[in-house]
Write a protein that binds this ligand. Structure first.
Ligand code: NAD
Ligand code: ZN
Length: 366
């Protein structure tokens, strides 16, 4: 097991990464669990796969679980589920010092974390991420949110967990496509500021995806440490440092919007292609060598993630696609900030990009 110490503004917590943590949930949570019943929020897929294991760990150690089993999928991050889950926590008489367990992917983690931030003006929660994406990204850093008709993640809070338990065994039941989508966010950390880690991904990505547990443990803990390091420098995304974590996300968000945030393109798949587009656009602007941009495309393609816009068969032009970027919540009025690259491991925030220029580039890529 690897243990990563996260320290955000003097509020330290641990991220433990290893196999078999779900079966050992209670020993890992130790004194954090309340005696009169432990609230656990999950979704029905995760409950079907891992509910029994978690239930056994709790009952064997004298704790009674209280389950809230949500429907899987993005639509669960809603006002309705937020209200219903908060009301449920209140009927369980959760107090500020109590811990709620979020057992699932980013959807469960984001919703549960948001509930924890508002119940009794803030109670504690433990992230138990069960997707690769949640293990390397959403469970760490304290962003919580729901979606509204105005857009995704527009309502939420910064609320750090008190512990994160990333059980690599949970990935055994994760559909391959979800695993790959999570892998995209791992590659992202290499591209942001760690060229050596990108090269490590090139060498080891295929074996990691195929199931090598030592490689998975290294990649998850390295990614968590990278995210923690970046978030610690800019918890509330005010200096631009935390924004680096959005590499590939502006292009990716446009692709998700164009495909209606549907199963046609998972978030991680959109980010994978978004990173390729950011690299290719950077090369086109003469910011990074073309060969480096193609290295990014080649790795994304090799592992089986989407690496070309033309392959998606979208029914729109470059302007139509670029239009979605105007609705991106990360846009400042008047400027068009884009995360571009001076090279692999050299991502920076470019505030001068012109939407027309981006639209022309996308038109050529389509
Ligand atoms: P998800 O939570 O929807 O999980 C994906 C699918 O896998 C679901 O169908 C789920 O039921 C299933 N699943 C989860 N674990 C499983 C397991 N071990 N075995 C079998 N099936 C399993 O999606 P996700 O990709 O984990 O998270 C996406 C969400 O995370 C988005 O809402 C996104 O906005 C959010 N997110 C948040 C942050 C953050 O910093 N808070 C960062 C990145 C993404
Ligand atoms: Zn993402």
């Amino acid at each position: 097991m690897a243990v990563i110490s996260v320290d955000i503004a003097g509020r330290p917590y641990e991220v433990r990464v290893g196999a078999g943590l779900l079966a050992e949930l209670v020993p890992h949570c130790r004194s954090r669990l309340r005696k009169r019943g432990v609230p656990i929020v999950t979704d029905s897929n995760v409950h079907a796969a891992w509910g029994e294991v978690v239930e056994k760990s709790l009952r064997d150690n004298g704790h009674e679980p209280h389950w809230r089993i949500l429907p899987p999928g993005e639509q669960t991050k809603s006002w309705d589920e937020l209200a219903a889950t908060v009301n449920w926590l209140l009927t369980l008489e959760v107090e500020r010092g109590d811990h709620i367990i979020a057992l699932g992917g980013g959807v469960v983690g984001d919703l549960t974390g948001f509930c924890a931030s508002v119940v009794k003006r803030g109670c504690k929660f433990i992230q138990v991420p069960t997707t690769l994406l949640a293990q390397v990204d959403s469970s760490v850093g304290g962003k919580t949110a729901i979606n509204t008709p105005a857009g995704k993640n527009l309502v939420g809070a910064f609320h750090q967990p008190s512990l994160v338990l990333a059980d690599l065994s949970a990935l055994e039941t994760l559909p391959e496509r979800e695993l790959l989508a999570g892998y995209a966010e791992i590659v992202k950390y290499g591209l942001i500021d760690d060229a050596d880690f990108f090269a490590w991904c090139e060498r080891n990505g295929a074996a990691l995806i195929a199931g090598d547990s030592a490689l998975r443990e290294y990649a998850v803990s390295h990614s968590v440490a990278a995210k923690a390091r970046i978030v610690a420098q800019d918890e509330f995304e005010t200096t631009g440092k935390r924004a680096l974590l959005n590499l590939g996300h502006t292009f990716g968000h446009a692709l998700e919007a164009e495909t209606g945030f549907s199963n046609r393109l998972l978030h991680g798949e959109a980010v994978a292609l978004g990173m390729v587009l950011a690299a290719r656009y950077s090369a086109r602007k003469g910011l990074m060598p073309k060969a480096s941009a193609e290295r990014v495309a080649q790795h994304i393609d090799e592992v089986g993630l989407p690496a070309s816009l033309s392959g998606l068969g979208l029914d729109c032009d470059g302007t139509g696609l670029a239009r979605h970027m105007l609705h991106d919540k990360k846009m400042d009025a008047g400027t068009l900030p884009f995360l571009l690259l001076h090279g692999i491991g050299k991502t920076y925030l470019d505030k001068e990009a012109s939407l027309d220029d981006v639209a022309a580039f996308l038109g050529e890529e389509l």
